[in-house]
Every structure is written in structure tokens, then in C-alpha cells.
Design a protein around this ligand. Sequence first.
Ligand SMILES: [Zn+2]
Length: 135
Amino acid sequence: MHHNNKMQKRQELLQKRAEAGLVSERFPNVSGMEIKMTYFQRTMYSDSDKLLMLRTVKVMPDSAAYFNMQCMTKECENTYNLLRTINALVKNKKKKASGKIYCSGKENGLKANHACVDYEITVKYNSKRKKAKSA
Ligand SMILES: [Zn+2]
């Protein structure tokens, strides 16, 4: 089974983003988020993780509540899912979380842990109290 069709992939991504809904719907008390990610990659020549790229994603209330970040390894189709972390942050009304996720993608002969990201998520909350959400 091959999913090499770029158009199809793009359609799927748009579909997933649409299904995820908006940040304002999922996290009504959040006014914005910043997700800083440092991507590392492990090559076949080395066991150490090489810095690949830095990326900062700004999330607004009208952004899609879709937090699957694509692994930057060319052959890899796996994503890093930050939704669980963000769920926990917002639930506990915390402002910051950081950590490291290893890629578990194994297709195309890739080794487990061939790449990882260090992430730092900062959440801003609405200062005004809106209608209490029924839990
Ligand atoms: Zn990967």
C-alpha cells in the first residue's frame, strides 16, 4: 500500500485538520499558544542526535486544534502528537510544558528513535472569565 500521492496526502491533512475543530472550540479558555520545537535526527553514521531544524508554531484561537507534527525525516510518515500534552496542560491550567518525543515510525527500513523533537509549549489563557464550561 503506497500513499505517495501528494495531492491525496494534502487532502487527508486538510480533512484531519477540519475534523480536529478549532482551538477556540476545544480549549475555550486559551487565548494563544506557542510551540517551540527543536528537531533532531540520528544518521546511520552516528549514534548522536544531530540538530536538524528549529521551528516555532504560533497557535491562535481560530487555528485548527491539530497538533500532529510531521517527522522531518524524508522517508518517514510518522507524526509527533502533542495533543495529549496540551490537553494535560490546559486541564491543569499550567502555562508551560517541555519534553522530548522520539519518533516511532518504522516504515521504509527506518530505525525506531531515528529522530526526536525537544518541545516547549507555552499557553496563554483568557484573562476575562467567560461563561463557566460545564465539565
Ligand atoms: Zn520519523
